[in-house]
Design a protein. Structure first.
Ligand SMILES: [Zn+2]
Length: 578
């Protein structure tokens, strides 16, 4: 039988493959004569790209890709320009950022005087007795590197409670302290973190550390309706597209913010893919906390979806590096500006070890990614301890547990993270904005493993770039600025604002690594590596066309990069041509 059958089978296979080829539809569009940086495993660069049904069909040389075109295929001539996979930001807070200036535009503040001027101006608009708020103007980014004092706030706003908030810490004026019940006898009674800074006489000096839950300020002015909130969110997504983003991770999603994302997705109005890390209460009984985690695990958005997907949970483990409260392995050192007078002070740990372990265990049990804000090197080590312990019960590698920020590391924590497959969500823009203050506080040598991006890559770890965009729309005026090319430039040069020289240039990335940091690596962080992050057959056609060659232009030209076009799933969502 065999000799007879074999030729028949061979003929059939041949006929089928010819037929299949004849039926393979032509691409919807091809891009030719360019420099298509695929960011595949080999970092291959080709001249052309073909897309059908929103997915990449093939990359290759111009002749080969042109040959695929049919009569209805659109042909785009790139004229030598560079194409990159759509960029991904691993850390934003888009819904809140989008409406932060809904009531009024908030000016940039770079000095204590500008802060006081803004508050003084608000006293003329805000009714007496109502809160005036200044959010996330980090003192490390003020020329004076200090908080406005309680007395200064009282002077400009004697009849309004005032909160100047940075991260978990707030400076309040006298009326603000009184409104919160913060006096010399105040004690934390809910088992949660936090304390009041006191002056030499035992009076609160205005600085409330980790006590945000006691400060009920209400909204800043007019509150947007659902429709207004969504319109602003869409506007922000459009701005993300303009600067090259096609996907982001919301690292602080709530039921409320998810409602808005869902409405946009259901209306087909999302132009940026959104992965969600859901927050949950970390204060209160463990039973309540576990129940909250169980509820998140049952959320319908846990289903695979390349537009909107809930990937895990987010908690806050320590204070901030911009507020003198990151949890460090060595004492912070005295600093009047931060209000640190205790030589042994190492920052603030917001979740005790045993409770952290229970939370990680519960999230892991549901197969979700746990991540926590952990700035200081001790916070990172504490989180890794919890991951290591749970890893003995549930293998964690596939769950890609995270360390959010992970600014201060040690060689040891880099190694431990790589070993456990723990991924790092890091903000280069902080290196750019905060190096001056951090070197002043810690000295150059103690910052050896500050955002140690090259060491992470060398030791087999995975880090992705994020902005922690939380306030305002606008890539350079926002807090934090979300321009990815300024961030890439920072990773290449380790140069910073108001600072001469470079911060440990031995940790600088190569061009290839800097591009991977905002594409491929982040796709891994967000569990979308089979969908986006590189331009390979079968993946979604999310890509950008930029105005320069990011592999060969001078270092300083990188930060000036302009995006000419942004395409998401084969559809153009932004063009510089209007
Ligand atoms: Zn954040």
């Amino acid at each position: 039988m065999r000799p007879l059958c074999y030729p028949i089978v061979a003929w059939c296979v041949l006929a089928m493959s010819v037929a299949a080829r004849a039926q393979t539809p032509a691409p919807d569009a091809v891009w030719v004569n360019g420099k298509v940086v695929t960011v595949d495993g080999a970092f291959a660069v080709h001249a052309a790209l073909a897309v059908r049904d929103g997915r990449v069909v093939r990359t290759g040389d111009t002749a080969a890709i042109r040959a695929l075109a049919g009569p209805r295929t659109q042909v785009h001539d790139l004229q030598g320009r560079m194409v990159l996979p759509g960029l991904i930001d691993s850390h934003v807070h888009a819904p809140a950022a989008a409406v932060f200036e809904f009531d009024h535009e908030i000016p940039p503040m770079e000095t204590v005087q500008e802060v006081l001027d803004y508050i003084a101006a608000r006293t003329k608009v805000v009714p007496e007795g109502r809160w005036i708020q200044v959010q996330q103007v980090f003192i490390t980014r003020l020329k004076e590197s200090r908080y406005p004092t309680r007395a200064e706030l009282d002077r400009v706003a004697p009849r309004h409670p005032v909160m100047f908030r940075t991260g978990p810490d707030s400076m309040l004026n006298s009326l603000g302290l009184a409104k919160c019940g913060f006096d010399r006898n105040f004690e934390v009674k809910d088992g949660g973190p936090g304390y009041l800074e006191k002056d030499a006489n035992g009076e609160p000096n205005g600085l409330a550390r980790g006590l945000a839950r006691y400060i009920k300020t209400g909204a800043i002015g007019r509150v947007p309706t659902d429709a207004e909130q969504r319109q602003r969110l869409q506007q922000l997504m459009h701005d993300y597209n303009r600067i090259g983003f096609t996907a982001v991770a919301d690292r602080g999603a709530s039921a409320e913010s998810i409602r808005h994302y869902r409405a946009l997705r259901d209306a087909g109005q999302l132009t940026v893919r959104v992965a969600l890390s859901h927050t949950f209460p970390t204060v209160g009984s463990l039973e309540t906390i576990k129940a909250a985690i169980d509820e998140i695990a049952a959320h319908p958005l846990r289903q695979r979806d390349a537009w909107l997907q809930l990937i895990g949970t987010k908690a806050w483990l320590d204070g901030g590096m911009l507020t003198g409260s990151a949890f460090m392995s060595q004492p912070w050192g005295r600093n009047e500006n931060y209000g640190i007078r205790d030589d042994t002070y190492r920052g603030v740990q917001l979740i005790p070890n045993d409770r952290l372990l229970e939370m990680v265990r519960q999230v892991a049990k549901h197969g979700m990614q746990f991540t926590a804000h952990a700035q200081g090197d001790a916070a990172g080590a504490t989180l890794l301890d919890a991951y290591e312990a749970v890893n003995r019960e549930v293998p964690l590698r596939a769950l890609r547990m995270g360390i959010t920020h992970s600014s201060f590391m040690t060689r040891e924590t880099v190694e431990r993270a790589a070993r456990l497959g723990v991924v790092l969500d890091i903000q280069p823009i902080w290196l750019y904005l905060d190096t001056r203050t951090l070197v002043g506080q810690f000295g150059y040598d103690r910052l050896r493993y500050f955002q140690p991006l090259r060491t992470i890559a060398a030791l087999g770890g995975v880090a992705g770039g994020g902005s922690d965009h939380m306030l305002k729309i606008g890539d350079l005026r926002s807090i934090n600025p979300y321009n990815p090319f300024l961030a890439m430039w920072t990773t290449l040069t380790r140069r910073a604002k108001w600072y001469d020289g470079q911060l440990h240039p031995e940790e600088a990335l190569s061009r290839r690594q800097a591009i991977e940091f905002y594409t491929r690596n982040n796709a891994h962080l967000l569990f979308w590596e089979n969908e986006v992050g590189s331009l390979e057959p079968g993946k979604r056609a999310d890509f950008i066309v930029v105005d320069r060659d990011l592999l060969t232009c001078p270092d300083d030209a990188v930060r000036e990069t302009r995006v000419l076009e942004t395409w998401v799933e084969g559809k153009r969502v932004w063009t510089a041509g209007g």
